[in-house]
Ligand binder design. Structure first.
Ligand SMILES: *[C@@H]1O[C@H](CO)[C@@H](O)[C@H](O)[C@H]1NC(C)=O
Ligand SMILES: *[C@@H]1O[C@H](CO)[C@@H](O)[C@H](O)[C@H]1NC(C)=O
Length: 339
């Protein structure tokens, strides 16, 4: 009797565990892994063409929807960490390295050869992320130099870059995170929004600076990524994620959203399950976020988040014109969202 009860309890838990595995297995499909490589840059050009970038001078390219991957180590840059990538088709892409010197490279032959399109040896330079509004207009954001954020702009698809003249000032101990190439977005050829962390966490745009009600106050805390959707062609909905990367299970202050272009901010009713480094709207209502301890989805624009996987990823990105989503992270892991 006693043993039967224990067996029942055990099989009940095993059944639940198997159901849990089946549920998560249906949502995230891991496509490839490459131990020792940390991927934080991701660009989903189409359902077929996906590029990822990471440390040790690494770029990975798939032209068949993620079934097969071509891995490249960029000669001469084997020690650089390419934290962000923007690809335009299966041949053309731009990659950005963190650390010194500031560096942006461009390829037009599918990653076979790379041309240096920006370099800056100024001490303390640290580029964090790029964003392209279209094939011509893009921006790159970097940590403050002499108290001002570093922002440069391109209007020729990244072939040349020009620093903006009067970038906004940073507060003491405020900087940007280069967690997923996702802390800057553009909603027009010149309109930008970027988010910060550290001692303070704020949202900056061309003409406003807004305090974010996220966890902040120490070096590992604050906003890591921002995404926006123009709903009904008129209202800008924004989601910002972050938390504390030194404590990836902490859920406090890890996500806020705005439904009025950033004027007022709302806490989710059900927060994501920990520190989150990347977020993207899939459509007006559906959004995905990921971090070191898992992936969550919202079907109501960020009010409620449901954990769908306990596999860690640094970055999630949506296909430019469609809704296909890929994720990338540690151990050279690249996955697809099944939806
Ligand atoms: C490098 O960046 C610094 C700081 O923003 C700037 O003053 C300088 O003009 C830049 N140099 C080049 C070569 O772009
Ligand atoms: C993470 O946060 C939780 C909740 O506040 C706390 O109990 C725990 O000690 C923290 N862990 C670390 C490593 O700071």
């Amino acid at each position: 009797m006693q043993i039967g009860k224990i067996q029942f309890v055990i099989s009940f838990f095993i059944l639940n565990f198997l159901l849990f595995i089946a549920a998560i297995g249906q949502e995230i499909e891991v496509l490839v892994e490459k131990p020792g490589i940390s991927l934080r840059g991701l660009s989903v050009v189409s359902k077929k063409v996906i590029w990822a970038s990471g440390n040790k001078g690494t770029v990975a390219i798939s032209t068949d929807g993620g079934n097969s991957w071509s891995w490249k180590t960029i000669g001469g840059y084997e020690s650089r960490d390419f934290r962000d990538i923007e690809a335009f088709d299966h041949r053309t892409a731009i990659i950005m390295a963190v650390g010194e010197p500031a560096l942006i490279l461009r390829t037009t032959d599918g990653g076979e050869s790379w041309k240096k399109v920006y370099e800056n040896k100024t001490e303390g330079m640290f580029l964090d992320a790029m964003f392209f509004y279209n094939a011509y207009h893009g921006m790159v954001i970097g940590d403050p130099i002499k108290g001002k954020f570093f922002i440069a702009r391109t209007n020729n698809g990244g072939n040349s870059w020009e620093e903006i003249k009067n970038p906004p000032a940073a507060a003491e101990g405020e900087a940007c995170f280069a967690a997923s190439g996702a802390n800057i977005i553009m909603t027009g050829p010149k309109q930008y929004y970027f988010v910060t962390g550290g001692k303070r966490s704020r949202l900056f745009s061309n003409d406003q600076v807004i305090d974010l009600p996220l966890l902040q106050g120490s070096e590992s805390q604050g906003a890591n990524a921002v995404t926006a959707a123009l709903v009904d062609k008129k209202t800008l909905h924004i989601i910002v994620v972050g938390g504390d990367f030194a404590n990836d299970t902490l859920r406090e202050g890890n996500c806020v959203f705005s439904r009025d272009g950033g004027k007022t901010w709302i806490n989710p009713s059900n927060k994501p399950y920990g520190y989150r480094s990347s977020v993207t709207f899939i459509n007006d209502k559906k959004a995905i976020t990921c971090g070191l301890n898992g992936v969550d989805i919202s079907y109501d624009g960020g009010i409620n988040w449901n954990g769908i996987s306990a596999i860690g990823f640094h970055v999630c990105q949506k296909e430019k014109k469609g809704e296909t989503v890929f994720l990338a992270g540690n151990d050279g892991r690249i996955a697809r969202l099944i939806q």
